[in-house]
Design a protein around this ligand. Structure first.
Ligand code: UN1
Length: 496
């Protein structure tokens, strides 16, 4: 059996063991007998060291011209391109999603790096006229300081890249705590950043549990901003901790995303979009489609078409290119999904297919679950309201567009929504009235591109967005600058 590699923390430019001396195993969710790596079970001492390193590296990094910072990130993109296949394979082994999707995850990091590297030569501010003569007004961006990035397991490289890359181009220094289920992809990304020339202390990585690493990291007084992606429950804890110290925080949290299928929709197209949104990444996306709201005129036909396709999805090890859906991330998640299926049945929804763990045929050592479809779901049922984060889709009937929009918006979340219709008026009405941060027309709820803002309304976030140019709003502070070259005391607002 191959020797299991021991992978270390990255602090101040060196790869270091944790002060606890303990490690934890990163296992393959498709085959739990495969241990991918042993990672550091870190403590608050390691966190402290990493944050101190980030704070010490800040003045120099902040004063490195932004175009130079951008050039290093451009090199990150180039290395990611060269290693894309290996990085994707590592990711499928640690996370389970199929290889096409992990290639997409790495691609999203590549897109982010190329796009954001260019910000090194923009970082746009404003110039505005002054109300006085011989006076010049402008705004410039400053880094926030030390950024703590706390990242989830479902996009093990893309989401870390959404945080690290904009933070770094803006002149911040960073400590990242990756999810314990998928630390290898963050490790790979940090190694690439080191290779590309990110100086010691500017980027640090500490692995370990939420309690021993995440909490001391967000509570550290030298951390100026916490950028978190994960569950709404954990996000509200992050918010409470940050509020106590009046530090900034940006949260990306849950979703209960819906696709509306109108009676004039291209049903074949809609079925494909719904399948991709519901069962891609085994339903473990915050943008996953977990409700499909179908016009009553076509619901019977649509449900039959969807059922046929759902039953035929190939579930298996994501490294096998023929598979369409991999395992869930761990047993806890699988039990949660199973529990929701039981709740759905108890609530009176009709289980059309799925609802159970998959075993046998070489799958018994993985956390596989059947693609699951519920019909006769009413909007208030728990399976229609709560985020399941698994391959469970609820079909809900609607009377008309207004009704569909009302059902979609009846959610504590507001991340992504979609509508399938051939009617331009319905499409625009939906764009206007769906209360989500992202809306797709004739496309699924997943697959956001990095050059637009990513995030949502209500319980999904706290008003911030990631990616696009707006990421700069999170990772910079504004400074307004007034330059008076009149040589006299000029008083704004004051009549002489
Ligand atoms: C997430 O699920 O946390 O739009 C991120 C998408 C991907 C990102 C998802 N580009 O589905």
């Amino acid at each position: 059996m191959a020797k299991v590699p021991v992978l270390k923390n990255y602090i101040n430019g060196s790869w270091k063991s944790s002060s606890s001396g303990d490690t934890f195993d990163n296992v393959n969710p498709a085959n739990t007998s495969e241990v991918i790596g042993r990672f550091q079970q870190s403590t608050c001492k390691d966190v402290d060291e990493a944050v101190e390193a980030a704070a010490a590296a800040l003045p120099k990094w902040k004063n490195t011209p932004a175009p130079q910072r951008g050039e290093i990130l451009f090199r990150v993109a180039e290395i990611l391109v060269k290693r894309k296949e290996q990085l994707a394979q590592d990711m499928t082994r640690e996370m389970g999603k199929i290889i096409k999707e992990t290639r997409g995850d790495v691609q999203e990091a590549i897109d982010m790096a190329y796009y954001t590297a260019g910000e090194g030569r923009r970082l746009l501010g404003e110039t505005v006229p002054s109300e006085l003569n011989n006076k010049f007004n402008m705004s410039v961006r400053m880094p926030v300081g030390v950024v703590a990035a706390i990242t989830p397991w479902n996009f093990p490289m893309a989401i870390p890249s959404w945080k690290l890359i904009p933070a770094l181009v803006c002149g911040n220094t960073v400590v990242i705590k990756p999810a314990s289920d998928t630390p290898l992809s963050s490790y790979n990304l940090v190694r690439i950043c080191e290779e590309a020339g990110i100086p010691p202390g500017v980027l640090n990585m500490v692995t370990g549990s939420g309690r021993n690493v995440g909490t001391p990291l967000m509570d550290h007084p030298k951390v100026n901003l916490v950028s978190f992606t994960g569950s709404t429950d954990t996000g509200s804890i992050v918010a409470a901790h940050c509020a106590k110290q009046m530090k900034q925080y940006s949260l990306e949290m849950g979703g209960k995303n819906a696709i509306i299928v109108m009676d004039d929709a291209d049903l074949n197209l809609a079925v494909e979009g719904v399948l991709w949104g519901a069962f891609g990444t085994t339903g473990q996306r915050c943008t996953a489609c977990s409700r499909v709201i179908v016009h009553k005129k076509v619901i019977k036909k649509f449900s039959n078409m969807l059922l046929r396709r759902t039953k035929n999805l190939k579930v298996g090890n994501g490294l096998n290119g023929k598979m369409e859906m991999g395992p869930l991330i761990n047993e806890e998640q699988r039990q949660k999904v199973l529990n929701y299926c039981n709740i759905g049945v108890e609530e009176g929804a009709k289980l059309l297919t799925g609802g159970a763990c998959v075993s046998g045929k070489g799958l018994s050592k993985g956390f596989f679950f059947e693609p699951t479809l519920f019909a006769d779901v009413s909007p208030k049922m728990r399976i229609a309201q709560e985020e399941i984060f698994g391959p469970v889709l609820s079909v809900i009937s609607c009377r008309n567009l207004d009704h569909a929009i009302q059902i979609t918006n009846d959610s504590k979340y507001g991340l992504s929504s979609a509508i399938y219709t051939q009617n331009v008026n319905s499409a625009f009405k939906a764009i206007e009235n769906l209360d989500t941060g992202i809306t797709y027309i004739n496309s699924s709820t997943i697959g956001a591109e990095i050059q637009l803002p990513f995030g949502g309304t209500k319980g999904t976030g706290n008003g911030h967005r990631e990616a696009g140019t707006v990421a700069l709003e999170t990772f910079t502070e504004w400074k307004s600058v007034y330059i008076d070259y009149s040589g006299t005391l000029q008083k704004a607002q004051i009549e002489e």
